[in-house]
Ligand binder design. Structure first.
Ligand code: ADP
Ligand code: GLC
Length: 475
């Protein structure tokens, strides 16, 4: 058995190069833990024009050209010279497609990510020594298993084991058969491996073709068989090759003792005082009352996260529980929710504020300052916010779903430490807030729960080993 593996991760995001959500965090940290386990982990991602690109030194490792249907393009692969992230990081550039400021949200995302995957296959095909495993993340990279196995030009790659990790099955990247030329020439008998419900569906194709499929928590895997945006029968059919591996968190980035985004650091021994200082900073900045418990929400303002329930929850909490708490929301997304949250400022009395936008620094300060984090997610494949929050002594108030179910035990249960509720409804969340305010006022209990959550171990070590064990089943 081979002991040291060469692993190539293919992803649209990788923190700190480019991050739109938790996918970036995972791909920015898992490879480093795999390196620490003695393997060689590499990441390849599109070369967006983000600040990281300009702040680091790069060398060109490969230049060539390939095609997306009839459109020929040149591509370049560069490598970060110092391995600053603890693993080899490659950026792949295609002028006109990948040279953008943002990761997603463009009309030509289908073309961008198809061309990216073709270029990755093309580049890999030129390697003298092929990787032992190609690990693809989400639909932006999920066509690669098909391309590697069935495109005539890449026959050399067909025996490389592939693993698909699904961070979010809501997004599948489907496009019409009129774009069939976007897939490098393939045996048309294999059409069924690309298709789902009349379209080319990259995520479905990845589930069919990857040697193994993982989801980022066990509970989420179970839920996908009943609710996966149309892929339910596929998850049922392919369940034999699917498993759940919970995400970890990167304590080098997420550690209240040395977090580079914080001015006031703290640890388990001085958590009360340290959090109080951060709370004062944030309450001062957002006009909130530091005497009251601070509830935060951080995330994409989309239905999946239950963000549309926040305005109702805030209004009802003030109405039924009283003005006994502060709410601070950080996020961006659906314009209606953004608008409603902004409008709420008109009823605030030093107890509510919102920051519409993406702000990494502010998010760290909020985890450090808050007493509670609210996550009313309708769907939560893993969820990292609750893990970061707990590390920073902030108690989670979460819906019982997906990764939230696997990481938060209600304080009413044996060894519990969070507050959970079952329905994504204003009533259920407001009841959770009512319970939280009660706990906040019982200082000893509150303090002991804070200590307990800060000590929980959600580090990557166990999960990184689980991935490696999975890879080893291929060798
Ligand atoms: P998802 O990937 O579905 O958005 P996760 O809980 O896995 O959810 O990860 C979200 C990540 O993105 C966390 O690191 C969180 O702090 C961060 N995040 C989300 N929205 C914002 C925002 N508006 N500003 C700063 N960080 C954000
Ligand atoms: C996705 C999920 C989130 C998960 C993240 C990282 O964006 O929505 O729950 O934590 O990926 O795996």
């Amino acid at each position: 058995m081979k002991t040291s593996l060469e692993i190539l991760h293919v992803s649209a995001e990788c923190y700190p190069v480019a991050k739109a959500g938790g996918l970036g965090d995972v791909v920015g940290s898992l490879p480093r833990f795999q390196q620490e386990l003695g393997h060689k982990a590499r990441v390849v991602m599109p070369m967006y024009r983000t600040p990281y690109l300009y702040a680091h030194d790069w060398e060109v490792v490969h230049k060539s050209s390939s095609n997306l249907g009839h459109w020929w393009f040149d591509y370049t692969v560069i490598r970060e010279k110092s391995n600053a992230q603890g693993f080899e990081l490659f950026l792949l550039d295609i002028n006109g497609l990948l040279d953008r400021d943002k990761v997603y949200g463009y009309d030509d995302d289908t073309e961008r990510f198809c061309a990216f995957q073709i270029a990755v296959a093309h580049w890999m095909n030129s390697w003298d020594v092929l990787p032992n495993v190609v690990h693809v993340h989400d639909h932006h990279a999920a066509l690669l298993p098909f391309i590697m196995q069935h495109a005539y030009a890449y026959k050399r790659l067909q025996y490389i084991p592939t693993i698909l990790t699904i961070h979010n099955a809501q997004y599948q990247g489907a496009f019409g058969w009129e774009k069939t030329l976007y897939i490098p020439q393939w045996d048309s008998w294999k059409r069924g491996l690309l298709e789902w419900k009349g379209t080319i569906n990259p995520l479905a194709s990845g589930i069919k073709c990857a040697w193994k499929v993982t989801t980022v928590s066990n509970s989420y895997l179970g839920e996908l068989r009943h609710m996966s945006n149309g892929l339910e029968p596929l998850f049922e059919y392919e369940k034999g090759k699917c498993s759940g591996i919970l995400n970890g968190i990167d304590y080098k980035v997420w550690n209240p003792q040395n977090d580079k985004y914080l001015d006031e650091h703290f640890s388990l021994v001085d958590a009360d005082a340290g959090k109080k200082k951060n709370k004062n900073i944030i309450c001062d900045r957002f006009g909130l009352d530091p005497q009251k418990p601070l509830f935060i929400f951080i995330g994409r303002l989309v239905g999946e996260k239950g963000a549309d329930l926040l305005p109702g929850m805030i209004v009802d909490s003030f109405k039924f529980i009283g003005r006994k708490m502060n709410f601070l929301v950080l996020g961006n997304g659906e314009s209606e929710t953004e608008h409603q949250l902004s409008q709420l400022n008109s009823i605030a009395k030093s107890d509510y504020n919102v920051y519409i936008g993406y702000n990494e620094t502010l998010s760290h300060l909020m985890y450090a300052a808050a007493d509670f984090i609210i996550m009313p997610s309708r769907v939560e494949p893993c969820g990292l916010n609750q893990l970061y929050a707990m590390r920073y002594g902030t108690i989670p108030v979460v819906r019982n779903t997906g990764g939230l179910r696997d990481t938060v035990i209600d304080m009413g249960e044996t060894n519990g430490y969070g507050i959970t509720f079952n329905n994504a409804s204003v009533g259920d969340i407001t009841h959770g807030i009512y319970r939280a305010v009660g706990i906040y006022n019982q200082k000893e209990i509150f303090r002991s729960i804070r200590q307990k959550i800060m000590e929980l171990d959600f580090s990557w070590h166990r999960s990184a080993e689980e991935y490696v064990s999975l890879y080893q089943t291929f060798q």
